[in-house]
Design a binder for this molecule. Structure first.
Ligand SMILES: [Zn+2]
Length: 321
């Protein structure tokens, strides 16, 4: 029963890619394992919620700093409020459902606990409410999100309380990847592992392979968010394959932020050829405007991967680890 279902979905997915049928692609189950809730819904949803137009991001930005400046200037004045945070998180789950995402690992940033008068209990209750509200439509697995752009001590204290809640299923670390070394987070990651959370961290988006290796050594992550610079190092790709570390890749994000020159030359090709496990994800729908289904179609139409290779990646994302 299970395998015939998978075969059928696989055939539908391959056919939809080959015929460029986005609605058909969206009907096939898939995962989004790299999604930041605060930027996780379409900008149009925020505009209709606010009932006003917003300045759009430039499709090609010079750096992550430029993207962060845009978010701070244009988006966060509206979304970094209690109502804005709650609307955006809910709307991001809704957009994922519309795209046929059946497993969503979406990070919720520790900074939003301040919107609840620094009371993690109410923040956790909101997140648990989201899981409950959507449980019949999507497997939403809340992720603890910490940013390296804020002092580790405070982030770690809040993350530790969130781990204890039992609501969160994974943990991620993002922001400027070289702003902090991985070392201060070693204990919180070890604690998260003990409690059964999946471990992830952003690495190898801008920094080179040695930074990914260091993150693996110190944090023992199961999955790397981005990790595309691993394609520059054969020994690292061999290690990722051997240790079954998965890379949760976001192709359009990489082009928009100048990590890669264009989709046709995206290193996901090299990573797949070297046997590294990868998935395809959205990152920030509000900035990059591409759902997971659209990312699959783009990779297919740009000739980066075949329809069958993309279906293997889709199934990889749905497989339990
Ligand atoms: Zn990210």
């Amino acid at each position: 029963m299970m395998s015939s279902q998978l075969t059928t979905n696989g055939q539908l997915f391959v056919n939809a890619l080959q015929s460029g049928d986005l609605p058909a692609l969206q009907r096939v189950p898939k995962s989004d394992l790299h999604n930041h809730s605060i930027l996780g819904t379409r900008i149009e949803r925020i505009e209709s919620w606010l009932n006003m137009p917003l300045q759009r991001p430039h499709p090609r930005m010079a750096s992550l700093d430029e993207m962060i400046k845009y978010a701070h200037d244009v988006l966060y004045p509206h979304t970094d409020t209690l109502a804005g945070f709650q609307f955006t998180a809910q709307s991001a789950i809704h957009d994922a459902i519309m795209d046929g995402v059946s497993i969503l690992e979406m990070s919720l940033d520790m900074r939003f606990i301040s919107l609840y008068e620094n009371e993690p209990r109410d923040f956790v209750a909101f997140v648990a409410g989201l899981v409950e509200t959507y449980k019949d439509r999507i497997d939403f697995r809340p992720e603890i999100g910490m940013s390296k752009d804020r002092p580790p001590v405070d982030q770690i204290r809040l993350a530790s309380l969130c781990i204890q809640s039992g609501i969160f299923r994974s943990i991620d670390l993002y922001g400027n990847e070289t702003a902090q070394p991985p070392d201060p987070y070693r204990d919180i990651y070890a604690d998260a592992r003990k409690r059964g959370l999946k471990l992830k961290a952003h690495a190898g988006e801008f920094a080179g392979p040695e930074f990914i290796s260091r993150t693996l050594d110190i944090l023992q992550v199961d999955e790397v968010q981005h990790g595309v610079t691993a394609a520059l190092s054969k020994p690292l790709m061999d290690r990722l394959r051997r240790e079954r570390v998965r890379l949760n890749i976001c192709p359009t994000s990489n082009v928009a932020l100048g990590v890669v020159s264009d989709i046709a030359h995206h290193p996901i090709r090299v990573l797949v050829d070297n046997g590294v496990r990868v998935t395809v994800n959205s990152d920030d729908l509000m900035i990059f405007g591409q759902s997971v289904s659209q990312e699959y179609l783009l990779l297919y139409q740009s000739g980066v991967l075949t329809a069958n290779e993309l279906d293997d990646i889709r199934r990889e994302g749905l497989s339990l680890r």
